[in-house]
Design a protein around this ligand. Structure first.
Ligand code: SAH
Length: 292
């Protein structure tokens, strides 16, 4: 039994090695030297693609958005299972290569995914360049979709799944869990990519919350979270007063408003999402009462 297991492992390694050779040849033929700046580390493990496709639960009506299709390992499988794939690739060489490779139901866009407005889509399925993880998630908050399956760096996944009073608990954690149910799925070894990155990865799933507890004033909630988590170890009271201009209220006035609120001596990193929403609601109601 033991022997069989190790043989299997050997086989897996050999398979991965031959995949890596295949991809390195392919990159040479495309004339592409992988660029760190664009997070170019390509998935070579088909098993991981199968896991992602399964998690995406695709059907033939779905329009899928893919950011950074690269050499198209995921793109082609997505195209088989969905109505349409819209793939946004920043690298001109990869874009040109993909044009000749992908099936007819893939719309390729040569652009920076952070710069353009996304067309309508049902699901996002992507192995993204890791340096855009955070801005991409914040950008997604403005779009409606049913599900997202995204490969991120393991450390980033930890931040998404963080709980209060830990170093990973951040504005990203709060805003993501305000809008989505977040699931951390398979951990993916760095050996599954070429060139091999320094860190492991994890597949995450975001599903928009349908019955979410919303803040009474979402704009105020967004500003508050931004202010509080810019200095998450500072007392709430001090952060708000220091950044009073973000609320368009004079410091003296804000001081008076705050005097009737609770939780002010706590630090943002100690508060759960529910407590943060409650605090934002209390602040909103007091503002309305005093200012109008
Ligand atoms: N999804 C592919 C490639 C991952 S590497 C795979 O799994 O193998 C990241 C890809 O994102 C590269 O193709 C890179 O050129 C592209 N990319 C980097 N920054 C981008 C951006 N801002 N917008 C769109 N694509 C980007």
């Amino acid at each position: 039994m033991k022997k069989r297991k190790s043989n299997l492992k050997g086989l897996e390694n050999r398979e991965l090695k031959s995949k890596i050779e295949k991809y390195s040849k392919l990159l040479k033929s495309v004339g592409l030297e992988p660029k760190k700046r664009l997070g170019q580390t390509f998935l070579v493990d088909d098993g991981v693609v199968v896991d992602q496709i399964t998690a995406a639960n695709l059907d033939k009506n779905d329009i899928v958005l893919e950011i950074g299709p690269g050499l198209g390992i995921l793109t082609n499988k997505l195209a088989e299972c969905a109505r349409k794939v819209i793939a946004i690739e920043k690298d001109k060489k990869l874009y040109n290569y993909l044009k000749g490779e992908v099936p007819g139901n893939v719309e390729l866009i040569h652009d920076d995914a952070l710069a353009l407005d996304f067309p309508e889509f049902d699901k996002l399925v992507s192995n993204i360049p890791y340096q855009i993880s955070s801005p991409l998630i914040f950008k997604l908050l403005n779009y409606q979709f049913t599900l997202a399956i995204i490969m991120v760096q393991l450390e980033f996944a930890n931040r998404l799944g963080a709980i209060p009073n830990t170093k990973d608990y951040s504005r990203l954690t709060v805003m993501t869990s305000y809008h989505y149910n977040v699931d951390l799925l398979n951990v993916v070894s760095k050996e599954s990519f070429y060139p091999t990155p320094k860190v492991n990865s994890q597949i995450i799933r975001l599903i928009p919350k349908t019955l979410k507890r919303t803040a009474k004033n979402e704009q105020l909630f967004n500003t508050l979270i931004q202010v509080l988590f810019s200095e998450r170890r500072k007392m709430i009271k001090n952060s708000i007063l220091d950044q009073h201009f973000k609320f368009n209220i004079a410091k003296s006035e804000l001081k008076e408003i705050l005097s009737s609120l609770s939780n002010l001596d706590q630090r943002p990193e100690q508060l759960s999402l529910e407590q943060l929403i409650e605090f934002a609601d209390e602040l909103h109601l007091t503002l309305v009462r005093i200012l109008y």
